[in-house]
Design a protein around this ligand. Structure first.
Ligand SMILES: Cc1ncc(COP(=O)(O)O)c(C=O)c1O
Length: 425
């Protein structure tokens, strides 16, 4: 008789993992206050500036500027750091499209450097190799909530006099060498989109210690206005990327709950790190003593098919899902392999723009390997489960390992419906 649930066996679990977002009376009351108070957005706002301040203080940054999304916040941070049309920006391709999209929307050119297979983060050596006379900035993405190597990336940027922007869209409260990320470089950008560990459905924020950069960011976000000038005078071309009071009210409630949730995720992740590492061929992203706090937006691991009878990653994930573990294949394409990049469809209505390099011929081996072969994610809501939930996860991995011949017998590598209940972006 077959053992694996994908083949009709009994699944390890059928109960769902914690639902996301977690919400209660705090969100309800905050939103009700805003609705009843009648001040729903700029220029009469209270929740937005208060949240900006709380979030900046939490990350040891001097200034916070709320945006309506992480994507617009990235554009604001890049613009405020001086990135303009024709400049090159070095960044990883193992990220959400917005990291590169923000660069393109400013008319600048994304230049993709490779990642380290052991961390899924930008490799400082590869960054160095991709710097040219046109390079203006580097974007470090803290993937999954774990800080990139800020010491080395800062070193490269200082050496070449480049702006360093942190894409911390997934990394609220993460630390590198006991310092919270976000204001290591010139600016850090966070997202509050619905899958994120602190969410208002949509939203973003830029953090910085640089007063001038903060002013530019605020102006970019607010139609090119200047705070010290009359409302209908416009000094730059910005947009309306402002956050509403309703969003900030929800965030204020979410943020109160955050430290406790962070502790739970970290405790559960520590258990998974230890237990899953005991299974040959499963490699949780390595423990690095410089990463003193991991926000665990994602629990990231590497799958080594050589230890699993050459069963593909997608087949292995299907088997995990059948056992009741909502594993996710993550980004299965490097950004430069997305159709828009392969064809360079960056113009209006998707018209081709050949001023960009030919991304179709780009090949970054570590990035491609993580995308197609090794990277597996568990999403943050899973990490809010109980000890028993975590034991079930380990049990499911072990069960598949013990019965791997059931998967290798059927050489079926068709991609499955690899979706987690907490849809990641
Ligand atoms: C790494 C990364 N960068 C940027 C973004 C863009 O943020 P948003 O969806 O809030 O625009 C996201 C999230 O969606 C992300 O995960």
């Amino acid at each position: 008789m077959k053992q694996l649930a994908i083949n009709g066996g009994i699944p390890v679990r059928t109960e769902p993992f914690p639902e996301w977002p977690i919400r209660d009376e705090h969100e309800r009351k905050a939103v009700q206050n805003v609705i009843e108070g009648g001040k729903w957005g700029y220029p009469e706002w209270e929740y937005v500036p208060r949240f900006e301040q709380h979030f900046a203080v939490y990350h040891d940054a001097k200034f916070g500027i709320c945006f309506n999304s992480g994507t617009s916040a990235l554009m604001g941070a890049l613009w405020a750091a001086g990135v303009q049309a024709g400049d090159e920006v070095v960044l990883p391709a193992y990220t959400f499209i917005a990291t590169a999209g923000a660069v393109i929307q400013l008319g600048a050119l994304p230049v993709f450097a490779d990642i380290e297979s052991t961390t899924f983060h930008l490799d400082a050596r590869s960054v160095d190799e991709h710097i040219s006379a046109r390079t203006k900035a580097v974007i470090a993405v803290h993937i999954g909530g774990r800080s990139a190597d800020m010491s080395r990336l800062q070193g490269v940027c200082e050496y070449h006099s480049l702006a360093l922007i942190e894409d911390a869209a997934q990394a609220w409260g993460a630390e590198w060498q006991s310092k919270r990320i976000g204001a290591f470089g010139d600016a850090g950008v966070f997202s509050f989109q619905s899958s994120k560990n602190i969410t208002s459905g949509e939203g973003g924020i830029v953090l910085t210690n640089d007063e001038k950069l903060a002013q530019y960011c605020r102006s970019f976000c607010n139609c090119g206005r200047r705070e010290d000038k009359p409302r209908y005078k416009h000094y730059y071309i910005g947009g309306n990327y402002r956050m509403t009071e309703l969003q900030a009210a929800v965030l204020s409630a979410q943020f109160e709950r955050y430290p406790n949730q962070l502790r739970i995720r970290q405790k559960n992740a520590a258990y998974l790190n230890t237990e899953l590492a005991k299974i040959d061929g499963i490699v949780p992203i390595n423990v690095d003593e410089n990463v003193t706090s991991n926000a665990y937006h994602l629990f990231l691991l590497r799958y080594k098919r050589d230890y699993f009878d050459d069963v593909s990653k997608s087949r292995f994930i299907q088997a995990l899902q059948a056992e009741g573990v909502p594993a996710h294949p993550g980004y299965t394409l490097p950004v430069y392999k997305q159709p828009v990049f392969v064809e360079r469809l960056f113009g209006a209505q998707g018209k081709q723009d050949t001023t960009h390099p030919d991304y179709g011929n780009l090949h970054l081996p570590e990035t491609e390997n993580v995308c197609s072969e090794e990277g597996i994610w568990l999403t943050q809501n899973v990490l809010l489960g109980t000890k028993k939930d975590m034991q079930n996860i380990v049990e499911a991995f072990q069960k598949i390992k013990n019965n791997i011949q059931e998967l290798s017998e059927v050489k079926n590598t068709a991609p499955g419906k690899n979706q987690s209940p907490c849809q990641n972006r």
